[in-house]
Design a protein around this ligand. Structure first.
Ligand SMILES: C[S@@+](CC[C@H](N)C(=O)[O-])C[C@H]1O[C@@H](n2cnc3c(N)ncnc32)[C@H](O)[C@@H]1O
Length: 295
């Protein structure tokens, strides 16, 4: 997009003394994209260091597209920065401390020089470009945005080898931007898996979370198995109890029917005895009458 390619900018700064902490080539590429996408009018770079990311910003300024400040408190870094960017007619104004009275559309965060009240400098719909992870600083930024009731979405972007990438924090996002950010986060999470399977450590917190999830899913599985066994034995017990009850009821019914049959037989027997008794009496009376001597 600009004069030098990201690879050339990175190579250029890699040869400078004290280049151990310069931004990655991936971060340079993403920052170029970010400038192209958001076209910020006011830019602030926190942690200017040797000037790798300031070079990208200076190329953007060369097109007359905005204004920029850079913050660096280390005197040696500041002198290196001046020397490294001497090539540019228009470059960020270098400060020792963040000019907090200004508002910025884009804040590039690559150093610890952001004061606690510094995030008030974010203009409406500002974007924060974070080089690397900078977890503690991002946590403070999130806390600040929540405290002042501003919505935001945080989107990671990591290179294919899943090494250190960048985070883009969009303030006051539209619904569409929120959905896109969420989708991107899911996609980045999915892309981490091949590297994770190969044993490469990807994000300490995520690894801990996954370990906890793994262990808790193990506990949950054990709980489910124990619950299933106990529920099964309960069901077996209930079925057995039901069978016992059915058998008991059938036996009671049979007993009741037999008792009724015996009672009916007894009644019939009594009636038969009664009849026999009456018949015998009648026969006895007839015999008496026949055998009675005549007058
Ligand atoms: C990650 S560095 C910033 C690098 C810078 N954005 C770049 O890409 O050139 C963050 C901070 O580390 C400090 N620092 C200390 N030693 C440094 C060094 N040798 N090179 C760059 N930064 C250094 C600076 O104060 C700087 O703000």
């Amino acid at each position: 997009m600009f004069g030098l390619t990201p690879a050339e900018i990175h190579a250029h700064f890699s040869t400078r003394s004290g280049a151990e902490q310069i931004a990655t080539r991936f971060a340079i590429e993403r920052l170029e994209e970010c400038l192209f996408r958001y076209c910020p009018a006011r830019i602030c770079e926190v942690g200017a260091g040797l000037g790798t990311l300031s070079w990208v910003v200076s190329e953007y300024l060369a097109y007359g597209l905005g204004e920029a400040v850079a913050v660096e408190d280390d005197p040696w870094c500041r002198s290196q920065w001046q020397a490294n960017l001497a090539f540019f007619k228009k470059r960020p104004a270098l400060f020792e401390k963040l000019p907090v009275y200004e508002f910025y559309d884009l804040v590039i965060l690559d150093g610890p020089q952001m004061p606690p009240d510094g995030w008030a400098c974010l203009a409406p719909r500002a974007v924060v470009f974070v080089e690397g992870n900078r977890r503690a600083q991002r946590a403070r930024l999130r806390q600040y945005l929540r405290n002042v009731g501003r919505r935001f979405c945080e989107t990671p972007s990591r290179p294919p080898d899943r090494s250190k990438g960048v985070w883009i924090v969009q303030c006051d996002p539209t619904a569409r931007e929120r959905v896109a950010s969420r989708a991107r986060r899911i996609m980045e999470g999915v892309r981490d898996w091949p590297a994770r399977i190969q044993g490469r450590p990807i994000g300490k917190r995520l690894a801990i979370l996954l370990l906890v999830l793994f262990l808790s899913s193990g506990c949950a599985a054990a709980g489910i198995i124990a619950g299933t066994i106990s529920a099964t034995s309960d069901v077996v017990g209930i079925v057995k109890w039901h069978q016992d009850r059915t058998f008991q009821a059938e036996a009671n019914e049979a007993l009741r029917q037999q008792t009724e049959a015996i009672r009916a037989l007894e009644t019939e027997l009594t009636a038969t005895r009664q009849t026999l008794h009456e018949d015998l009496r009648a026969v006895h009376d007839d015999l008496q009458r026949v055998l009675k001597p005549g007058p």
